[in-house]
Design a protein around this ligand. Structure first.
Ligand SMILES: [Zn+2]
Length: 142
């Protein structure tokens, strides 16, 4: 997740160093699904990432598809090609407890967009559940 402007002041002054340390720990790959940061490719329905194939070679330079286009992707592990929507993997550092001030290593994860969103969706669903429960409790005991 990009840092929201309203939360920027909550990050410690040495955030760039913290971020770099977590990125190095993760060897610049998502700590959940293992995809390399800045990879170009597409995801199968089951979430597996396939690397984009080059479109052509022009003057000894490979031409790659752009994010948003549909193009052929493949991976040695599955041994076939798939026509997928191209994305660029961008890993960011996530706070497991969503508290920007809490920068202990065990609270931080280097995650791709997909893993970050999946975690946040679960967290938001749980928060909404607890908020609803709390709301009901207030209705029962006003
Ligand atoms: Zn991931």
């Amino acid at each position: 997740m990009p840092i929201r402007p309203e939360n920027r002041h909550r990050y410690p002054a040495d955030w760039p160093q913290i971020r770099a340390r977590i990125q190095a720990r993760a060897k610049n790959c998502c700590e959940q699904c293992g995809v390399s940061n800045h990879s170009l490719g597409g995801r199968l329905r089951d979430g597996r990432f396939l690397h984009a194939e080059a479109k052509e070679e022009k003057r000894l330079q490979l031409v790659w598809p752009e994010p948003g286009e549909r193009f052929w992707c493949s991976d040695r592990s599955i041994g076939r090609r798939e026509l997928l929507r191209i994305i660029r993997i961008v890993c960011t550092v996530a706070h497991l407890d969503h508290v920007p001030e809490h920068c202990d290593d065990e609270n931080l994860k280097f995650w791709c967009q997909r893993c970050h969103l999946a975690y946040d969706a679960r967290h938001h669903a749980e928060s909404a559940y607890h908020a609803r429960r709390a709301g009901r409790a207030l209705e029962m005991f006003p």
